[in-house]
Design a protein around this ligand. Structure first.
Ligand SMILES: [Zn+2]
Length: 60
């Protein structure tokens, strides 16, 4: 697993997520560790290298 740091789109805190490079394309929702708001992640790997990392707020 790769640890990746990003800024939460809600609270702007730097938080980390664990990414699985064995799955090439991933889209999933996980709550921010700090503010507990749901973030939609879109992640793409190519040859175990992170190509795309997006963390978007979910409209409620
Ligand atoms: Zn947050």
């Amino acid at each position: 697993m790769n640890e990746h740091f990003f800024q939460c789109p809600y609270c702007w805190e730097e938080v980390s997520v664990l990414l699985d490079p064995s799955v090439q394309q991933q889209t999933y929702i996980e709550d921010c560790e700090t503010c507990c708001n749901p973030i939609e992640f879109h992640i793409e790997f190519e040859s175990n290298e992170l190509q795309v990392f997006e963390a978007r707020p979910i409209e409620q």
